[in-house]
Design a protein around this ligand. Structure first.
Ligand SMILES: Cc1ncc(COP(=O)(O)O)c(C=O)c1O
Length: 384
């Protein structure tokens, strides 16, 4: 069918997300897909049973706009246990359709035309289009390469009276770095006395390695009082396809977020919310996640040692970065395309996470995969 009218695009520069591009290419060429961040193993069978149970019990109509109360209460308890901060389930926690919706709602709720928002590069791909769509201006601060740390002096220098927000992502995708206590202290210093709002994307909060701790902004009262802390059930419970996330924020910020949320989705999947409310009690699964993914990281890194890539240590998330400059001087984009088509393994070029496609010859593999998948992928990578 052909649309004959004129369309004035609201996002004229916006192409297809790199995840859709690489997953499409992987499918087309029958490649092992280590590009997009999702597990190739199933979630816990009890969780599926619980969803089924709540469906059979008739929890099949709209949930309340902010989320099922039992789930908001369970999350308030979880956040208090994890970070020592008590969020009020009625006024400070909102269930969203994945962290993606929470990010969209948070950014559109607070960014006004002309506002500046500090974004660290490389950045997860949702932030910048939504800032621009809201009339804001992203102000980029590059993380150091290859350890992907924040230069707080540069952040300080880039703050102006127009700075409305800073978007943080910790543990960092794609950088795989995690904040230290010093990072938190510097952040506190920089925002103290300002009206800056912090949007903190913490979807990998439970995937931090080598006995390091996750420093959620929720754990620091002077930061929490100005923060919208966002996370995702998909990453913690291997259910990315269910698209369930949440935002915890002080009442005034939550009220603004909900004004947007109610007109994006109104509310999200009722039986799944009930299931998570019950399943969050399985604390051992949450606490065991670090160890589960650290074993996968270590297994994958051992295998990768046989390839010509330089391995960049990962402190968190379920991604592994490698430097391919010893193998090729192609651009990251050309290299990942060739890797997919000629060798049958799909990865993500880090340049896709920079606004001007900065190229350091570093690519990202997702290791949230079965042992056999990782073995098969590295066997192919060894042919390079
Ligand atoms: C840093 C980061 N934020 C947000 C998301 C989106 O989470 P969800 O699938 O819950 O929308 C992802 C997913 O990969 C991510 O890596």
């Amino acid at each position: 069918m052909q649309f004959k009218g004129k369309i004035k695009s609201k996002m004229p520069q916006q192409g297809l997300s790199i995840f859709a591009v690489m997953t499409g290419l992987a499918n087309e060429h029958g490649a092992i897909n280590l590009s997009q961040g999702f597990p190739d193993f199933d979630c816990h069978p009890e969780l599926v049973e619980l969803v089924h149970k709540y469906m059979k019990e008739g929890h099949n109509q709209y949930a309340p706009m902010p989320g099922v109360p039992q789930l908001r209460e369970a999350l308030a308890a979880k956040m208090e246990q994890d970070y020592g901060m008590r969020y009020h389930p009625d006024t400070e926690i909102t269930i969203t359709s994945g962290a993606t919706e929470a990010l969209y709602a948070a950014i559109t709720a607070i960014v006004q035309p002309g506002d500046e928002v500090i974004v660290f590069e490389p950045y997860y791909d949702v932030y910048v289009p939504v800032i621009r769509y809201s009339g804001g201006r992203p102000v980029f601060v590059k993380l150091t390469v290859p350890d992907y740390r924040v230069d707080w002096t540069e952040v300080q220098a880039k703050i102006t009276p127009k700075t409305r927000a800073v978007i943080l992502n910790n543990p960092h995708n794609p950088g795989t770095s995690v904040f230290t206590k010093e990072d938190i202290a510097r952040l506190e210093e920089i925002v103290s006395g300002s009206d800056i709002i912090l949007i903190s994307d913490e979807v990998y909060e439970h995937i931090v390695f080598d006995k390091e701790a996750h420093h959620s902004l929720a754990a620091y009262p002077r930061l929490a009082e100005r923060s919208m802390v966002i996370s995702s059930f998909g990453k913690t419970f291997h259910t990315t396809g269910w698209k369930m996330g949440w935002c915890a924020a002080p009442e005034a910020l939550t009220a603004e977020l909900r004004k947007i949320h109610q007109f994006i989705t109104y509310s999200v999947n009722t039986p799944i919310q009930h299931a998570f409310a019950e399943f969050l009690r399985r604390r051992e699964l949450i606490d065991g996640l670090k160890d589960f993914y650290q074993k996968k990281r270590d297994f994958f890194v051992e295998l990768l040692k046989a390839t010509p890539f330089k391995i960049i240590p990962a402190q968190g998330t379920y991604f592994q970065l490698v430097d391919f400059s010893g193998v090729s001087d192609e651009s990251e984009m050309d290299f990942v395309k060739r890797l997919t088509i000629d060798y049958g393994v799909a990865a993500i070029p880090l340049s896709a996470f920079y606004h001007n496609m900065n190229d350091h010859r570093i690519i990202r593999f997702c290791f949230a995969k079965k042992k056999e998948t990782l073995e098969q992928a590295v066997e192919r990578l060894c042919r390079i």
